[in-house]
Design a protein around this ligand. Structure first.
Ligand code: HEM
Length: 406
């Protein structure tokens, strides 16, 4: 945890050394806050190079998800309640993913673009003429929540509770978030809240169907069966967590980076509409908001010549792959015109590749176009990072100057 408490740029020194000297290395299991060591799963292979992350991601025959995808050891019932198809293998994975995938495809996202733009405009309008306070609270966390809650059909009065649940579900290593509470208690409460809301929504949508994902799920026919409320609850938790934190933290990291690289900011501002697309791709590479996913070897095999035994865990480190000097020129610099930019921020490819990528790209394009159009000089102070080994999070980012354009 000492390593994961370092700021991202300092962690990168460790990854750079591993990429150069031990690209597939055996590491001891990180301390778990949620399970005693005696119930832990032992060590794992750390995969830190770009090519190897892509190879592991794409080869589901050799590296499966069904035995867990979280880096840290987590109690089985919590995984059950939160991971849905993320931690399954095909064919079940494909069947369940298909139920919601349609709504996340580029064409479907295009259809909700106007709504997302209107939400982004509202977020920026509320800031007034002088943007003050915390960037995460006022901007970064707002749009992802508004979008995903609307798509799922979570009523406004439940949204803050779901958002707290999402925060709690990924912050169990963060002393600041826990504020003295035991991690297990906080995570259990988070699951209980989100599951309770999901169950209530399932009952309501069965009575009164609406035009939202929960309705699609209660009505879905899966090989002749209906999904159970628990399965729909796990869907809701997965989509809320995957759809909120990732885009939120990318927004915050990108804002900080725009202040750290003024020349890149000037380059972007010279043609905001024309350059925002490549900029967003670089924001995701830069932020790498999801840091780790795990697989399990299904047979004796090897990665880059390193023998791996059947049953051993393999963990992919996306921030490291996204700084791999063999693939990216100046990997530690922000290059908003980088093209091509084949980062693995959304995963290394294969059947689990991020389902929300088109949505996230649209949200990021929209929020930065609106924000920088209105506050071209907005400047933020030092970031406070979320401590943890799953999400590369920014908890706080004070706004230093934020006068609106005349
Ligand atoms: C910048 C924003 C985002 C980043 C960086 C990101 C990153 C990732 C990564 C790394 C994976 C795992 C890929 C793999 O194992 O190959 C993933 C999976 C997933 N993401 Fe995203 N994500 C983002 C936004 C979203 C959004 C907005 C949603 C919408 C709800 C979403 C939904 C999902 C889902 C459902 C999966 C599981 C896919 C599966 O197992 O088949 N993500 N994401």
């Amino acid at each position: 945890m000492e390593f994961w408490a370092l700021p991202p740029a300092e962690r990168e020194h460790g990854f750079a050394e591993l990429r150069a000297r031990a690209p597939v290395s055996w590491q001891r299991q990180p301390e778990s806050q949620l399970l005693p060591e005696s119930e832990g799963t032992g060590g794992y292979w750390a995969v830190v190079r770009y090519d190897d992350v892509r190879a592991v991601s794409r080869d589901t025959e050799r590296f499966c998800s069904g035995q867990g995808v979280m880096f840290e050891d987590i109690p089985a019932d919590m995984l059950e309640a939160s991971q849905s198809f993320l931690a399954m293998d095909d064919p079940r994975h494909a069947t369940l993913r298909k139920l919601v995938a349609e709504g996340f495809k580029p064409r479907a996202v295009k259809r909700i673009e106007d709504g997302i733009r209107a939400d982004a405009r509202t977020i920026v309008d509320v800031l007034g003429d002088q943007f003050e306070g915390d960037f995460v609270d006022a901007v970064a966390k707002r749009l992802p929540m508004m979008t995903i809650m609307r798509m799922l059909g979570v009523p406004e009065e439940d949204q803050e509770a779901v958002l707290w649940g999402v925060d709690a579900a990924v912050s169990w290593n963060d002393p600041e978030f826990l504020a003295g509470r035991p991690p297990l208690e906080v995570v259990a409460k988070s699951m209980a809240i989100m599951t309770e809301i999901a169950f209530r929504l399932c009952a309501e949508r069965r009575e009164r169907p609406a035009d939202d994902l929960i309705t699609d799920l209660v009505q879905a026919d899966v090989d002749g069966d209906r999904l159970t409320d628990a399965e729909i609850g796990a869907f809701l938790v997965l989509l809320s967590v995957a759809g909120n934190d990732t885009t939120r933290h990318t927004t915050s990291h990108a804002m900080r980076a725009l202040c750290d690289f003024p020349d890149q900011r000037a380059f972007l501002m010279d043609d905001l509409d024309g350059r925002i697309e490549t900029a967003v791709e670089e924001f995701v590479r830069w932020a790498s908001p999801v840091m780790t996913f795990r697989r399990t070897a299904t047979r004796d095999t090897e990665i880059a010549g390193q023998p791996i035994a059947a049953g051993e865990k393999v963990v992919m480190f996306y921030p490291s792959a996204n700084r791999d000097e063999a693939v990216f020129e100046h990997p530690n610099g922000l290059d908003l015109g980088r093209n091509p930019n084949r980062h693995v921020g959304f995963g290394g490819g294969g059947p689990h590749f991020c389902m929300g990528a088109p949505l996230a790209r649209m949200q990021l394009r929209t929020i930065f176009t609106e924000l920088l159009g209105r506050f071209p000089d907005v400047d933020v102070g030092d970031a406070t990072y979320v401590v943890g080994n799953f999400v590369n999070g920014i908890a706080g980012l004070p706004v230093a100057t934020g006068r609106a354009a005349m």
